[in-house]
Write a protein of this length. Structure first.
Length: 483
């Protein structure tokens, strides 16, 4: 996106809207239109709809301390419901094109680290507790203050790192890149395709999708990302019906026999807020909640800053509009996710796909949230769009976010090195939180080494100290006898 376009997209750069909906969401004022918001809402939904399939698989495949498993159909309903409600609330209350759903990574922590130590209701109670504590941090102003304390170049580095991360997600999920097993004794961790070469029809669909997407973007075609997703889904359906394909991954592109299925709400409210304290030690509970808070806190921070920057909504000081409300809603989403037993819900970086389509306001969230609501009853249709058709959008968005790297002063090592670590660690460790932590710690260290420790905001000192605990969590757990 050009700098001129980003300036045009900032609040106040365009005349007020012609009707009440336009004025409420500031659609015209942010240089957008209803068509762009609707396209953006659809694009965001299609790039994150995989969570409706993936979250039930992750949570449903794990057993709690007593050997119990969560029902897949109930998990699908809970995931869709929380995503629909919280995405709409974010749109109306935060007025950002920022969709929410069960957080990847967070759900894995709940499934494979927390649940084996207690019952599922106890585990989900910890998620609720984490969300409530985050809300307290927001209400006291601490969470917002931390975000404002981050230097602008580091915020830009966060956006660039997320761009690389989201592109990497697209390549991996489509099968274009795969992990090489350690037993192979190779010198590289990943490779092209599954065997070092591209093979199979699904990969071809992905490659054609990438070429189609970048071609449409280069031609500045409106709705480029959404058009690519829809076209390649149709291509995938045709290919799947004509060729003998063993697997597409999570989603097979074929027209389902039934289009409607009744939602199952059995998991809603099935949590125990303080039950975990009776199942394990207090120090274990504290460390588990700390891990959830830190991951949720900084994943959200990186996502909010990255999406707002890409949409051109940051002010001259790099601040996010309506930040207090946005962070409070995000904290409430964590509470809602735990209360519904779908794991902590959080802001989704895939919202960048909607921004790439032109979304600039919360009106796009009404579209995305509405589609999640429809998914409650149209669960079979979720099997139509394969990741190979949606992943090209993530690659394209990665490029769009990467363009912000030009704003970082690479001649100043005190900011260039932390920026580099932030950008590199995110995709290399598959974690937004890890990248932010590496950048923060390096920034504080270098400022101190250069005798400029007083230039570091005290909140960055405290946050960096917490990240040191985060990175050293394993020896700390061993020290306290948790492991």
């Amino acid at each position: 996106m050009s700098e001129a376009q980003k300036v045009a997209d900032r609040p106040g750069a365009a005349p007020p809207g012609a009707n009440s909906v336009d004025r409420f969401f500031r659609i015209t004022a942010r240089g957008s239109s209803f068509a762009r918001e609707i396209r953006g809402g659809f694009a965001t939904f299609f790039t994150m709809a995989y969570i409706l399939v993936l979250n039930p698989i992750i949570l449903g495949s794990a057993k709690d301390k007593f050997g119990h498993q969560l029902d897949g159909a109930e998990l699908a309903t809970a995931t869709a419901l929380v995503a629909a409600v919280m995405t709409i609330i974010m749109g109306v209350g935060g007025n950002l094109p920022l969709a929410l759903a069960a957080g990847l990574g967070l759900n894995a922590v709940v499934a494979f680290q927390i649940a084996p130590l207690m019952s599922w209701p106890d585990a989900m109670g910890l998620v609720v507790l984490e969300g409530l504590l985050i809300c307290v941090l927001v209400v006291t102003g601490l969470r917002e203050a931390i975000m404002h304390a981050i230097p602008q170049p580091l915020k830009q580095a966060i956006s660039v790192g997320i761009g690389l991360f989201i592109a990497f997600i697209g390549f991996v999920d489509a099968g274009f890149v795969s992990r090489i097993p350690d037993v192979a004794n190779t010198t590289v961790p990943v490779q092209l395709g599954a065997t070092g070469a591209l093979s199979g029809w699904p990969i071809l669909v992905f490659c054609l999708g990438v070429l189609l997407t970048i071609g449409l973007l280069a031609r500045k075609v409106k709705g480029a990302i959404l058009i690519s997703i829809l076209v390649m889904t149709v291509v995938a359906i045709v290919v799947n019906s004509a060729a003998d394909i063993k697997s597409w991954g999570l989603t097979t592109p074929k027209v389902p026999d039934d289009f409607v299925a009744a939602p199952e709400f059995g998991l809603l409210g099935n949590f125990s807020l303080f039950g975990a304290f009776g199942e394990t030690t207090v120090i274990t509970v504290v460390l588990l909640v700390f891990t959830l808070i830190l991951s949720d806190f900084f994943d959200t921070m990186g996502t909010v800053v990255g999406i707002s920057a890409e949409a051109g909504l940051l002010d001259e000081e790099g601040r996010v509009p309506n930040l207090g409300r946005v962070l409070l809603i995000d904290g409430a989403a964590a509470v809602a996710g735990g209360a519904a037993s779908s794991s902590s819900a959080t802001s989704y970086i895939e919202s960048a796909a909607g921004v790439g389509e032109g979304a600039r306001t919360g009106f796009a969230n009404l579209v995305t949230g509405g589609l999640f609501a429809c998914a409650l009853f149209l669960t079979p249709l979720l099997t139509i769009v394969p990741m190979q058709a949606a992943a090209p959008a993530l690659v394209a968005v990665g490029f769009l976010m990467m363009t912000q790297v030009k704003h970082i002063d690479w001649d100043k090592y005190e900011i260039a090195i932390p920026a580099f670590l932030t950008i590199a660690v995110m995709p290399f460790t598959y974690s937004i939180t890890n990248g932010i932590g590496a950048g923060f710690v390096a920034y504080v260290l270098i400022k101190t080494v250069l005798g400029r420790a007083k230039q570091v905001h005290w909140l960055l000192w405290g946050t960096s100290a917490l990240f040191l605990v985060y990175f050293a969590i394993d020896p700390i757990e061993q020290l306290f006898g948790v492991k």
